[in-house]
Design a protein around this ligand. Structure first.
Ligand SMILES: *[C@@H]1O[C@H](CO)[C@@H](O)[C@H](O)[C@H]1NC(C)=O
Ligand SMILES: *[C@@H]1O[C@H](CO)[C@@H](O)[C@H](O)[C@H]1NC(C)=O
Ligand SMILES: *[C@@H]1O[C@H](CO)[C@@H](O)[C@H](O)[C@H]1NC(C)=O
Ligand SMILES: *[C@@H]1O[C@H](CO)[C@@H](O)[C@H](O)[C@H]1NC(C)=O
Ligand SMILES: *[C@@H]1O[C@H](CO)[C@@H](O)[C@H](O)[C@H]1NC(C)=O
Ligand SMILES: *[C@@H]1O[C@H](CO)[C@@H](O)[C@H](O)[C@H]1NC(C)=O
Ligand SMILES: *[C@@H]1O[C@H](CO)[C@@H](O)[C@H](O)[C@H]1NC(C)=O
Ligand SMILES: *[C@@H]1O[C@H](CO)[C@@H](O)[C@H](O)[C@H]1NC(C)=O
Ligand SMILES: *[C@@H]1O[C@H](CO)[C@@H](O)[C@H](O)[C@H]1NC(C)=O
Length: 442
């Protein structure tokens, strides 16, 4: 194979030395980039939201050089007609952003360290590594190649390139010392992230340790602050335990978000407890601050702090209570739902009386768009009394009193649980659970 053919069909290599470093303090590092000369790229695909610098250039080769020169940040590049876009992430590390995009061509970028000393005439002897310097005829540049065997012959060319800021290097550095690469000088980490310089991999010269609530290669993304935002991020239809960001407290908290059980609603769990743990919750009104397991979710014992419940209430329109949601999802026979404007559980202090519900069902006895019982006091968890709260209180939904336990204090449902009926599924065993939620329509 002739030298020319080898160059044309094999690869592009070029090198750059970081000459800006104080040469005496730190060993210099050369980088090489290689790619197929007839580099095709990937047509009709582009990285979305990752271009950090654009150039008007017609040749992919020139774009490759621009990317190479952007030694801290450039991970790949893409072209659309005459526009060269340098990218801060590539299709491997951010595959979710690698999308179909007409008229674009995307190119991967290689970048490796070549440990060496800066080339000098005397160090040319005994070079341990093969060096290839290339520019392609195809792109209108000089066509050259040098290697161990004929490097001497190419000397004039090499020096010429050196003046052009692209320097061919040789000879492995004898020992590694701590480097600085200065890639943290202009902190690339957003939102208070901390930049750390890295030296293993020429493509990863720094990383960002993000402040709480932020993530992404440059800490450019903020964690969701609500269930609605969280679920929209991953496409809606989900339920599960999520970590949300509380900007007021600059901390993360765990919560259950549910966009499945009721079509059109996103619910945020504000409290869940098992009947076994009722004693801890029985005297806690919702306007009392009683945060439990905000950073280690458990269905058996969980409540958001008052400020977080407040914030959640503020962006919600509805409140609901469920039984055994962790094992049965939405069980409609023991369930209530109301507008927060009708039953504002964050503000109703020392209240007992009739309140309007969209739906209420206790042990299968149910009413729609009706008034029924509601009780919350400083020493009583929000609940209803299905024995006294029906006809005796004058509320519309008299039906729930059917089958209700009277003694000693009237049957308590959805909380407080002083007098219980094991037919109410929130308390049918010690492991049965009660949930309270705030929700909003999509
Ligand atoms: C580069 O051009 C693209 C397409 O017009 C644009 O979306 C992107 O914001 C530009 N990037 C910069 C850093 O200007
Ligand atoms: C950044 O790199 C340092 C050093 O290798 C490492 O200790 C740290 O965990 C890395 N941080 C991130 C966020 O990857
Ligand atoms: C959720 O999924 C159901 C079908 O599984 C679909 O009908 C509904 O539109 C989806 N909702 C959202 C918000 O994606
Ligand atoms: C703030 O976060 C800490 C944990 O980081 C938590 O213990 C505390 O309850 C939080 N405060 C509020 C108001 O949520
Ligand atoms: C937040 O909680 C306080 C009680 O500490 C209450 O007065 C206030 O109305 C609540 N705000 C909202 C939006 O629920
Ligand atoms: C509730 O939201 C309104 C704006 O929608 C805001 O002005 C108010 O401060 C919020 N209240 C709380 C307690 O978060
Ligand atoms: C509501 O009550 C009716 C009987 O009055 C019953 O047929 C229906 O199943 C109940 N619905 C629920 C969700 O419990
Ligand atoms: C309850 O009231 C709402 C409007 O407030 C209405 O859309 C709904 O159809 C009513 N449901 C029944 C069963 O009456
Ligand atoms: C529970 O329901 C069953 C039948 O539905 C009834 O026989 C039983 O008495 C009820 N238990 C209580 C404590 O009301």
């Amino acid at each position: 194979m002739s030298l020319t053919n080898y160059v044309l069909f094999v690869s592009i290599f070029f090198y750059v030395c970081n000459l800006k470093l104080a040469a005496n303090d730190y060993p210099r590092r050369c980088e090489q980039s290689s790619g197929s000369i007839s580099k095709a790229g990937i047509k009709n695909r582009a990285m979305q939201g990752h271009s950090f610098k654009n150039y008007t250039l017609s040749k992919p080769y020139d774009c490759h050089v621009k990317c190479f020169e952007e030694r801290c940040k450039c991970q790949a590049y893409q072209m659309r007609q005459n526009r060269c876009e340098l990218l801060d992430d590539d299709r491997i590390s951010a595959p979710e952003d690698f999308l179909e995009e007409k008229e674009y061509t995307y190119y991967d970028m290689s970048r490796e360290y070549v440990d060496h000393q800066v080339w000098t005439q005397s160090s040319l002897q005994n070079m341990p590594i093969l060096l290839i310097v290339y520019e392609s005829k195809e792109f209108g540049s000089v066509e050259k190649m040098c290697n161990l065997a004929n490097l001497k012959a190419e000397l004039p060319f090499e020096q010429g390139r050196a003046n052009n800021n692209i320097i061919t290097c040789a000879k492995k550095a004898k020992k590694q010392q701590p480097f600085i690469n200065q890639c943290c000088n202009e902190n690339p980490c957003a939102n208070g992230g901390t930049c750390t310089e890295l030296f293993e991999d020429a493509k990863n010269k720094f990383n960002c340790t993000c402040a709480v609530g932020y993530y992404g290669r440059f800490c450019q993304k903020r964690s969701a602050t609500s269930c609605k935002e969280q679920l929209q991020k991953n496409g809606g239809n989900h339920s599960g335990v999520y970590e949300l960001f509380d900007p007021a407290n600059m901390s993360m908290y765990e919560v259950v978000c549910d966009a499945i059980s009721e079509k059109g609603f996103v619910w945020t769990l504000i409290e869940s407890f098992s009947f076994r743990n009722n004693d801890e919750f029985a005297d806690k009104a919702f306007y009392e601050d009683f945060p439990v397991n905000q950073d280690a979710f458990s269905w058996n014992k969980f409540r958001l702090s008052l400020p977080l419940m407040n914030v959640t209430a503020n962006r919600s329109t509805h409140v609901r209570a469920t039984c055994n949601f962790n094992t049965e999802e939405l069980r409609c026979s023991d369930y209530l739902r109301a507008k927060l404007t009708d039953i504002d559980v964050m503000r109703l202090r020392d209240f007992f009386g009739c309140k309007k519900y969209e739906f209420i069902s206790v042990r299968g006895y149910n009413c729609t768009n009706c008034t029924s019982d509601f009780i919350q006091k400083d020493i009583w968890h929000a609940h209803i009394d299905s024995y006294y709260g029906g006809a005796q209180r004058g509320c519309q939904c008299t039906r729930i009193s059917a089958g209700a336990v009277k003694l000693p204090t009237g049957e308590d449902n959805f909380g407080m649980y002083e007098t219980v009926n094991t037919n109410h599924s929130c308390v049918s065993s010690d492991d049965s659970t009660t949930q309270w939620w705030f929700g909003v329509r999509y």
